[in-house]
Design a protein around this ligand. Structure first.
Ligand code: SF4
Ligand code: SF4
Length: 203
C-alpha cells in the first residue's frame, strides 16, 4: 500500500506564508495548533471542517492550492470568535479576507459565487463613494448574481430571489435601515489612493 507524502518546499512555503502574514497583519508562526479557534467557529462544520487552525497549517506548509481553494475562505462570517479565543491574538477573519483577495487575483473560480459577487460589489462601491451606498451596492450585487444564475438557464431561483429581496428591502425601509440617497465621503480619494498603493505592492 502506498501512502502520499506531503512535499514540503521551505522556500515556496516561506514566500507564501510571508505574503499572507504581511497582507493580513497576522503572525501565523505564533499558532501552536491548540484549536481553540476551531471549537468556536460557526462556519467550520459548513466549510467541510476546514477550521482556522487547519487553514493556518496549510499556509505554513506552503499548500497554496488548499489555502486558496477551500470553503472557509468563502463561508467565514467575520464574527471574530476565533480572534477573541486565540491565546496568540490571531484573527483568522483577516486571513480569510486576504485569501479571498488572493484567490480573486489568481483568477480562481470562487467556490461560492454569491459571496464573491457580494465582496466584489462591496469593495467597488466603497472605493467609488468612500462608503457603502446600499441601493447601488445591493442593485449591482443582484444584477451580477442574476446574470450568473441565468447562465444555468433557470428562472425560478431568480424570481424567488427578487421576491425575497423585495420583502427584505421593504422591511428595512420600514425600520429606516435602508438609505436610498447617495452619500460620498470626503476622504474617498485618499481611500482609493491607499487601496491602489497596497494592491501595487503585490502585483
Ligand atoms: S486559537 Fe490561535 S494558536 Fe490556537 S490553533 Fe487557533 S490560531 Fe492557532
Ligand atoms: S471569524 Fe470566520 S474563521 Fe473566525 S470564528 Fe468567525 S467564521 Fe470562523
Amino acid at each position: 500500500m502506498t501512502s502520499t507524502v506531503l512535499e514540503f518546499n521551505s522556500e515556496i512555503a516561506g514566500l507564501f506564508g510571508k505574503e499572507v502574514m504581511e497582507r493580513s497583519g497576522q503572525n501565523l508562526y505564533a499558532c501552536y495548533q491548540c484549536k481553540r479557534c476551531a471549537s468556536g467557529c460557526p462556519a467550520g462544520e459548513d466549510a467541510e471542517y476546514v477550521t482556522p487552525d487547519r487553514l493556518i497549517r496549510n499556509i505554513i506548509m506552503g499548500d497554496r492550492e488548499k489555502a486558496l481553494n477551500n470553503l472557509l475562505v468563502w463561508k467565514c462570517v467575520s464574527c471574530y470568535t476565533c480572534g477573541t479565543r486565540c491565546p496568540n491574538n490571531i484573527h483568522s477573519s483577516r486571513i480569510t479576507e486576504t485569501l479571498k483577495k488572493m484567490s480573486k487575483e489568481s483568477h480562481l473560480k470562487p467556490l461560492r459565487p454569491k459571496v464573491f459577487f457580494f465582496h466584489d460589489t462591496f469593495i467597488k462601491n466603497s472605493l467609488r463613494w468612500g462608503r457603502v451606498n446600499e441601493l447601488e451596492f445591493m442593485g449591482l450585487f443582484e444584477i451580477m448574481n442574476t446574470l450568473n444564475v441565468l447562465k444555468k438557464r433557470v428562472v425560478k431561483p431568480i424570481i424567488d430571489e427578487i421576491i425575497n429581496q423585495a420583502k427584505f428591502g421593504l422591511s428595512m425601509v420600514k425600520k429606516k435601515r435602508l438609505h436610498p440617497g447617495f452619500q460620498a465621503s470626503k476622504g474617498r480619494h485618499e481611500i482609493r489612493r491607499l487601496y491602489k498603493k497596497e494592491n501595487k505592492k503585490w502585483k
